[in-house]
Design a protein around this ligand. Structure first.
Ligand code: ZN
Length: 150
């Protein structure tokens, strides 16, 4: 698939937004399913779902959830062109990246920066696990230090 998580995409099909549809709507990809060839886009294909209270302090209510749509119904939005574009593949620094078919701008944000170190930072920052591991690593470092003091 040419569409990846956290991409901004534009919806190409469906009813006009004035008719309550999603056509032309732009949103962030919040989930992808390469197996099914679908993507879930924030605020697109939103359906009301009845959610029953499971705990005493919850109330039964209708919540709005975005359901997956076919990946062929969306196009990746190029930040520099400002609209949906076709994706081309190019090799930059030995890595395959997605580039805008119109202006050639790199679409993979992790590789958009020129420096390799900077790219790694961007790639790791959104992951929560990294922080937890870092915290655990600090604890692990502290413990043996205490043992030595004894
Ligand atoms: Zn472009």
């Amino acid at each position: 698939m040419n569409v990846k998580l956290n991409d901004t995409v534009v919806v190409l099909v469906g009813k006009k937004q004035s008719d309550g549809g999603d056509k032309g709507k732009q949103g962030k990809v919040i989930a992808t399913s390469p197996k099914n060839g679908t993507v879930t886009v924030e605020g697109v294909n939103v359906h009301k779902k009845s959610q029953k209270a499971r705990r005493a302090n919850e109330t039964s209510q209708q919540v709005e959830v975005a359901l997956p749509i076919d990946v062929s119904n969306v196009m990746v939005v190029c930040a520099s062109c400002g609209k949906g574009v076709r994706v081309k593949h190019q090799t930059v620094d030995g890595k395959k990246v997605r580039v805008c078919g119109k202006c050639g701008a790199v679409l993979d944000t992790a590789y958009a920066g020129k420096g390799k170190g900077k790219a790694a930072e961007v790639k790791e920052a959104p992951k929560k696990r990294t922080r937890k591991r870092a915290a655990k690593a600090e604890e692990a470092v502290e413990t043996p230090a205490e043992d030595k003091a004894e």
